[in-house]
Design a protein around this ligand. Sequence first.
Ligand SMILES: Nc1nc2c(ncn2[C@@H]2O[C@H](COP(=O)(O)OP(=O)(O)OP(=O)(O)O)[C@@H](O)[C@H]2O)c(=O)[nH]1
Ligand SMILES: [Mg+2]
Length: 264
Amino acid sequence: MGSCASLPERRIVLLGSKGDGKSSSGNTILGEKVFTTKASDNSVKAQSARRKKRRYGSKITIIETPGFFDTNNNDKEMKSEIIKALVECAPDVDAFVIVLKVREYTSQEIGVLQKHLNKINKNVFDHTVILFTFGKHLKGKTIEEFLKANSQLQKLVDKCGGRCHVIDNKHWKRRKRGNKSNRVQVKNLMETIDKMRNKNGCFTNELFQKVEEQIQEEIGKMNGENLPEKEKQEKAKKNVQNTMLEQAEGVTAETLMDALLNAA
Ligand SMILES: Nc1nc2c(ncn2[C@@H]2O[C@H](COP(=O)(O)OP(=O)(O)OP(=O)(O)O)[C@@H](O)[C@H]2O)c(=O)[nH]1
Ligand SMILES: [Mg+2]
């Protein structure tokens, strides 16, 4: 859907539960530590980082979003971080990557997962890849074997056209060959994303477009200012973010997340 900017750039949004390894995966994909990873606390953060260097054939931008599966948390920080991510997503993105930890899931946990996934507009899945983390937990099994024993997860992967990869941000760093190598897996992930984008285009929705309009409007207001283009853009994004946060008074974090993931 949507015609994308013809930039040789991959814009990737990371979604997933708290602590499943979104930030770590961002670092693995970018090949440098740009995201802060944390062991365990209850703070939720959206971080966004852009890598300017070419990697696997093109520039990569990673946008981490909080609260995909944890939106019962309605504090202001969470909302502000979701809005920040949204402003980074505008006007379109190339791929959503759902980060899921390899582990046993109880049926209740699967139920919660499904509840959130069911709200996503179907066409979002045409732009989604599943990325399993903690690959070492497979204990020698392949990801296909793991999925065979977890039919609900298999269904999710099927919804995404079978697109799935597995990394281990801690233990698969060294190897250069084979499936237990982050390098191999990330290269494959990028190929999957490129193929998906060539087939399905990039993802946009009314909200992304509206946000982009507002950013451009803000940039327009800075016409007289003698600022570098990039600084104008950052400043404009900040302004849009602040306006949206004010407008989002009384709106829940969950609603915001739904808006981000629902197609026009
Ligand atoms: N062994 C192992 N540890 C991992 C892996 N991925 C992440 N971790 C660890 O898990 C913890 C959480 O990782 P993060 O990358 O911060 O997770 P996150 O999804 O960004 O968490 P929030 O931003 O809080 O939602 C950190 O201690 C990481 O070092 C992995 O593939 N294998
Ligand atoms: Mg994180």
